[in-house]
Design a protein around this ligand. Structure first.
Ligand SMILES: Nc1nc2c(ncn2[C@@H]2O[C@H](COP(=O)(O)OP(=O)(O)OP(=O)(O)O)[C@@H](O)[C@H]2O)c(=O)[nH]1
Length: 256
């Protein structure tokens, strides 16, 4: 577990503070200015009301704003400096997921599935005051695994609302055990009260993603997800025939 206030592994640049989130959107870093081949894509996932938006806003603006509109899935982009290197970071906020009784156990909107597919790293969030939100994490992780069946999945587990200790329903050691079983690190954080812990958690994940890329050169490691356009055999055949016809035409033209 990383406690709020642990030292951050890198520093963030760009962006800037916003006023009221609902009135003034967080300034965006233009996607076109992304550092070539060095883009880290992160998605934040979890049950309703656990503080997904609050954590992202805290990370990007250092602020906590009490109330947010129900999330419709905003994408934020920033430049961050990790170990002295500039990286373009994209963070996808998502609508909540919910447990249900079917065999797969999880209700996940299609929009969320697309975000899971798109992302390189995963912030799985629950609230330490809500045991049901904690129970969502394991099926959520299995869901991510189904979408990315092969390869390393950079993930962190965040137990948010650590300022509400009296209402705690999930002990810290449960969070740590669960994170270890997912192959990630557990961060207990409070979007309300502490910027450093939130900042450290996000930057840790960025570094995990870069490590999974195989260094900071930004090379993607997931062969299966590089949807290289399959060459169509018919197209190849057509091209071959076209070349044949062309060369026979050239031959007959030179013999005449
Ligand atoms: N005490 C406390 N409240 C928090 C914290 N983080 C978020 N909240 C509050 O929890 C509520 C939900 O926060 P959101 O950020 O909207 O949560 P969400 O997970 O994005 O919610 P959905 O849009 O339902 O998916 C809001 O009232 C926040 O003010 C925290 O660290 N501590």
């Amino acid at each position: 577990m990383r406690l709020a206030g642990d030292s951050a592994p890198g520093t963030m640049s760009g962006g800037g503070g916003s006023g009221n989130f609902l009135l003034v959107p967080i300034p965006e870093f233009p996607l076109l200015d992304c550092v070539p081949n060095k883009t880290v894509k992160i998605v934040v996932l979890g049950a309703s009301n656990v503080g997904k938006t609050a954590l992202i806003v805290r990370f990007l603006t250092k602020r906590f704003i009490g109330d947010y509109e129900a999330n419709t899935g905003a994408l934020y982009s920033r430049k961050v400096t990790l170990d002295g290197e500039e990286v373009s970071l994209q963070i996808q906020d998502t609508p909540c997921v919910a447990l249900q009784d079917d065999p797969e156990g999880l209700y996940c909107q299609e929009q969320i599935n697309r975000s899971i597919y798109w992302a390189d790293g995963y912030v799985l969030v629950f609230s330490i005051t809500d045991h049901n939100s904690y129970r969502t994490i394991q099926p959520l992780y299995q869901h991510v695994r189904r979408i990315h069946p092969s390869g390393n999945i950079p993930v962190i587990l965040v137990g948010n609302k650590s300022d509400l200790l009296r209402a705690r329903q999930v002990p810290a050691d449960e969070g740590e055990t669960l994170a270890a079983s997912l192959g990630g690190v557990y961060f207990e954080a409070s979007a309300r009260e502490n910027h450093e812990g939130v900042h450290g958690a996000f930057l840790h994940l960025c570094q995990e993603v870069i490590r999974a890329f195989g260094g900071s050169n930004g090379e993607k490691r997931r062969g299966g997800l590089h949807l290289a356009r399959p060459k169509s055999p018919n197209m190849q055949e057509l091209k071959r025939r076209f070349r044949q016809v062309l060369s026979s035409k050239v031959k007959s033209a030179t013999t005449i």
